[in-house]
Design a protein around this ligand. Structure first.
Ligand SMILES: [Zn+2]
Ligand SMILES: [Zn+2]
Length: 233
C-alpha cells in the first residue's frame, strides 16, 4: 500500500483517502460541555481502491481476471483492516457515475474501516441474530431459499452465488448478490468462490450497462459480518 498513486502502469492500487472522514491517528477529543450532543473520536481508516490503471476504462468491458483480482484485494483489505483493534466494521463500497455525485471518473471504489457498526448493517445483523435465536436458522440463507423457490426475482446464479431483485427493494434496479452457501465474510471464501463472485459481478455490470446503452450509475456495498469475533456470524 502507498499513499500516492505510483506509476502510470499498475494493476490494482489501494491508498489512503486524502480527504478522510475517519483517521487512524487523532488528537484527544477536546472536552466540551455538551450534555445533549454526543461526540467522540472519528477514528478509523478510509481507503481508495483503483480498479485499473485505465483512467477511461469501462469495468463491464474488462476481463474476468480483473474482477478476480479485485475480489482478492477486497478480501485482503477486509482481513487486514478488520484485524486492527480499533476497527469494528470494514465497509467496502463503490459509488459510480456523475448521476450519483461522483467527481473522480477513474474506475474506483472505497473502503471505510469504522470503529463502530454502521446503523443499517447493525440492523441487519441484529435481525439475523434475532431470527437465528427464534428459528435456529440463518436469515440470509433462508431469504435466498425463499427467493430461489419463488424464482421470479432471480436474475442469474452460478455455483456459488445468486443475483436477485429483493422482495422489498428500496431502490429501482436494486440487485442483491447472495452466497449460495453460508459465508460470513471474505475470510471464508475459497478460490472457487472468489472466481464465482467475480463472474457474477461482471455479468450484473454488463447487464446494467446494456440495459439502456450507457454506463449505468449505481451505489454498491458489501455487507459481510462484523470484523471482531462475535457470538454469532
Ligand atoms: Zn485516472
Ligand atoms: Zn447463512
Amino acid at each position: 500500500m502507498s499513499t500516492e498513486v505510483p506509476a502510470e502502469d499498475y494493476d490494482i492500487v489501494v491508498f489512503e483517502n486524502k480527504f478522510p472522514s475517519l483517521q487512524q491517528d487523532l488528537p484527544e477529543v477536546i472536552k466540551k460541555n455538551y450534555k445533549f450532543f454526543k461526540y467522540g473520536k472519528a477514528q478509523g481508516i478510509c481507503e481508495v481502491v483503483l480498479f485499473t490503471s485505465d483512467h477511461d476504462g469501462v469495468m463491464s468491458e474488462k476481463p474476468l481476471s480483473r474482477y478476480i483480482k479485485l475480489v482478492k484485494v477486497w478480501g485482503d483489505r477486509y482481513q487486514e483492516l478488520g484485524a486492527k483493534d480499533f476497527i469494528d466494521y470494514v465497509f467496502i463500497f463503490e459509488n459510480k457515475g456523475e448521476e450519483v455525485g461522483v467527481t473522480l471518473h477513474h474506475p474506483h471504489g472505497q473502503i471505510y474501516a469504522y470503529p463502530f457498526i454502521p446503523p443499517i448493517i447493525g440492523q441487519e445483523l441484529d435481525s439475523s441474530k434475532e431470527y437465528l435465536e427464534k428459528e435456529g436458522k440463518c436469515l440470509f440463507c433462508k431469504t435466498l431459499k425463499e427467493e430461489t423457490e419463488d424464482g421470479r426475482r432471480i436474475i442469474i446464479s452460478n455455483d456459488s452465488f445468486t443475483a436477485l431483485v429483493p422482495f422489498s427493494a428500496s431502490y429501482t434496479y436494486e440487485v442483491h448478490i447472495y452466497a449460495n452457501k453460508h459465508l460470513s465474510s471474505f475470510n471464508d471464501f475459497s478460490q472457487k468462490e472468489e472466481i464465482d463472485l467475480a463472474a457474477i459481478l461482471k455479468t450484473i455490470l454488463m447487464k446494467f450497462d446494456n440495459l439502456f446503452g450507457f454506463i449505468f450509475p449505481y451505489i454498491m456495498s458489501i455487507h459481510p459480518t462484523r470484523s471482531r469475533k462475535s457470538s454469532f456470524n
